[in-house]
Write a new protein. Structure first.
Length: 180
């Protein structure tokens, strides 16, 4: 193997690693936006012309339709869906198959959400898989096709849930600060 060939292989490997990190960041941005109820952040992960299918029932075309659905708009309410009071998503296994400026991913997620619309809060825990196709557009990886599947779910009464919008400090005080 020549030095030039080794350099090309090394460059291709570094590009693939950078692409995988950027794709992971796109998927993380989506989940972080959902958890913060920041739909602008969440939807920045989708191409304007994206398509999405949620649980084999809701087929959506375009970023605006996806935003309206996830944000509890008219379409979501008509389908009987409620926007949870508090949400938290955990990313699990992620498989990324890269092919140039296109990628297919499978992401396992455990979603926790608290619905307080009844007399008692309910905690819903769901095992979700996102099967996505992403494309690099203008240097950014975006979801162009999403298939959301619900693999399992259960619900219970939570022992505690914070109020939505409550910000938690990273660190309430400085460790090692002497008492005055």
């Amino acid at each position: 193997m020549t030095d030039a060939t080794q350099q090309q292989d090394s460059d291709a490997g570094l590009r693939a690693c950078a692409d995988e990190l950027a794709i992971r960041a796109t998927l993380t941005r989506y989940l972080s936006g959902l958890d913060r109820t920041d739909y602008e952040l969440a939807m920045s992960s989708f191409a304007p012309d994206a398509n999405a299918v949620f649980s084999d029932v809701h087929e959506l075309v375009g970023r605006d339709a996806i935003t309206e659905f996830l944000g509890g708009g008219v379409g979501a309410r008509a389908a009987g869906l409620k926007v949870p009071r508090v949400k938290m998503h955990f990313m699990g296994n992620l498989t990324i198959d890269l092919e140039g400026d296109s990628a297919e991913t499978e992401l396992y997620v455990i979603s926790h959400s608290v619905d307080g619309s009844g007399e008692t809060d309910r905690l819903f825990v769901r095992g979700i898989r996102y099967l996505d196709r992403l494309e690099r557009r203008d240097g950014q990886w975006l979801i162009v096709d999403r298939y959301h599947t619900l693999d399992w779910t259960y619900d219970t009464v939570p022992s505690h849930s914070r109020e939505p919008g409550t910000r938690v400090a990273r660190r309430p005080g400085r460790v090692g600060t002497p008492a005055s």
